[in-house]
Design a protein. Structure first.
Length: 123
Protein backbone atom coordinates (compact mmCIF):
# COMPACT_ATOMS: atom_id res chain seq x y z
CA UNK A 1 0.00 0.00 0.00
CA UNK A 2 2.74 2.44 -0.93
CA UNK A 3 0.52 5.42 -1.72
CA UNK A 4 -0.67 5.53 1.91
CA UNK A 5 2.84 5.84 3.36
CA UNK A 6 3.25 9.60 2.92
CA UNK A 7 -0.09 10.35 4.56
CA UNK A 8 0.87 9.30 8.07
CA UNK A 9 2.67 12.38 9.22
CA UNK A 10 2.04 15.49 11.21
CA UNK A 11 0.23 18.13 9.12
CA UNK A 12 -0.92 21.70 9.71
CA UNK A 13 -4.61 22.19 10.34
CA UNK A 14 -6.49 23.06 7.14
CA UNK A 15 -8.59 25.84 8.59
CA UNK A 16 -5.61 28.10 9.21
CA UNK A 17 -5.05 26.82 12.75
CA UNK A 18 -1.68 25.85 14.08
CA UNK A 19 -2.58 22.54 15.72
CA UNK A 20 -0.75 19.56 14.27
CA UNK A 21 -2.81 16.72 12.88
CA UNK A 22 -1.73 13.14 13.43
CA UNK A 23 -3.19 10.49 11.15
CA UNK A 24 -3.73 6.74 11.52
CA UNK A 25 -5.01 5.00 8.39
CA UNK A 26 -7.39 2.06 8.22
CA UNK A 27 -7.70 0.12 4.97
CA UNK A 28 -11.17 -1.00 3.84
CA UNK A 29 -11.27 -3.80 1.29
CA UNK A 30 -14.82 -3.23 -0.01
CA UNK A 31 -16.20 -1.76 -3.21
CA UNK A 32 -18.32 0.95 -1.61
CA UNK A 33 -18.82 4.66 -2.24
CA UNK A 34 -17.43 7.37 0.00
CA UNK A 35 -20.94 8.52 0.96
CA UNK A 36 -22.03 4.99 1.85
CA UNK A 37 -18.83 4.44 3.83
CA UNK A 38 -19.41 7.64 5.80
CA UNK A 39 -23.05 6.69 6.43
CA UNK A 40 -22.10 3.24 7.75
CA UNK A 41 -19.32 4.63 9.97
CA UNK A 42 -21.73 7.29 11.27
CA UNK A 43 -24.24 4.61 12.25
CA UNK A 44 -21.56 2.34 13.73
CA UNK A 45 -20.15 5.04 16.04
CA UNK A 46 -23.51 6.79 16.55
CA UNK A 47 -22.15 10.19 15.52
CA UNK A 48 -23.32 12.53 12.71
CA UNK A 49 -21.42 13.33 9.53
CA UNK A 50 -20.30 16.96 9.72
CA UNK A 51 -19.01 19.41 7.08
CA UNK A 52 -20.66 17.48 4.25
CA UNK A 53 -21.79 20.68 2.54
CA UNK A 54 -18.27 22.11 2.76
CA UNK A 55 -16.83 19.26 0.70
CA UNK A 56 -14.78 17.84 3.56
CA UNK A 57 -17.11 15.45 5.38
CA UNK A 58 -15.91 14.07 8.69
CA UNK A 59 -17.28 12.23 11.70
CA UNK A 60 -16.18 13.37 15.17
CA UNK A 61 -14.90 10.68 17.52
CA UNK A 62 -13.28 11.55 20.86
CA UNK A 63 -12.22 15.06 21.85
CA UNK A 64 -9.73 16.24 19.23
CA UNK A 65 -10.25 13.18 16.99
CA UNK A 66 -12.29 12.58 13.85
CA UNK A 67 -12.54 10.26 10.85
CA UNK A 68 -12.46 11.07 7.12
CA UNK A 69 -12.70 8.78 4.08
CA UNK A 70 -10.32 9.03 1.14
CA UNK A 71 -11.24 7.48 -2.18
CA UNK A 72 -8.78 5.77 -4.51
CA UNK A 73 -7.84 7.80 -7.57
CA UNK A 74 -10.23 7.61 -10.51
CA UNK A 75 -10.30 4.16 -12.03
CA UNK A 76 -8.39 2.47 -9.21
CA UNK A 77 -10.08 -0.41 -7.39
CA UNK A 78 -10.45 -0.54 -3.61
CA UNK A 79 -9.01 -0.35 -1.01
CA UNK A 80 -10.40 2.80 0.54
CA UNK A 81 -8.45 4.74 3.13
CA UNK A 82 -10.31 5.61 6.31
CA UNK A 83 -8.18 8.21 8.06
CA UNK A 84 -8.49 8.83 11.78
CA UNK A 85 -7.04 12.19 12.76
CA UNK A 86 -6.09 13.60 16.14
CA UNK A 87 -4.84 16.99 17.23
CA UNK A 88 -3.61 15.45 20.51
CA UNK A 89 -1.08 12.78 19.54
CA UNK A 90 -0.15 9.97 17.21
CA UNK A 91 -1.03 7.54 20.00
CA UNK A 92 -4.57 8.95 20.25
CA UNK A 93 -5.04 8.69 16.47
CA UNK A 94 -3.90 5.06 16.54
CA UNK A 95 -6.05 4.18 19.56
CA UNK A 96 -9.15 5.73 17.97
CA UNK A 97 -8.34 3.92 14.70
CA UNK A 98 -8.05 0.55 16.47
CA UNK A 99 -11.31 1.19 18.29
CA UNK A 100 -12.97 2.00 14.96
CA UNK A 101 -11.53 -1.18 13.38
CA UNK A 102 -13.06 -3.28 16.17
CA UNK A 103 -16.40 -1.48 15.89
CA UNK A 104 -16.59 -1.85 12.11
CA UNK A 105 -15.62 -5.52 12.21
CA UNK A 106 -18.23 -6.24 14.88
CA UNK A 107 -21.07 -4.20 13.38
CA UNK A 108 -20.52 -4.50 9.61
CA UNK A 109 -18.44 -7.58 8.87
CA UNK A 110 -16.18 -5.40 6.72
CA UNK A 111 -12.63 -6.51 6.09
CA UNK A 112 -10.68 -3.62 7.62
CA UNK A 113 -7.17 -3.45 9.01
CA UNK A 114 -4.88 -0.77 10.38
CA UNK A 115 -2.03 0.43 8.16
CA UNK A 116 -0.01 2.62 10.48
CA UNK A 117 3.55 2.14 9.29
CA UNK A 118 6.37 3.87 11.17
CA UNK A 119 5.51 6.91 13.25
CA UNK A 120 7.22 10.30 12.91
CA UNK A 121 9.08 9.54 16.15
CA UNK A 122 10.76 6.49 14.55
CA UNK A 123 12.97 8.64 12.30
Amino acid sequence: MGWFRGRRSRRQARAGGRLPEYCATIILYQAISKLDTLAVISLAVDRPVENAKLGRPMIPLAEGAWVEVELPKLGEPPPLAIDVYSTVSDDQARLEALTLVATLRRQTGWEVRPDFGPSDDDD
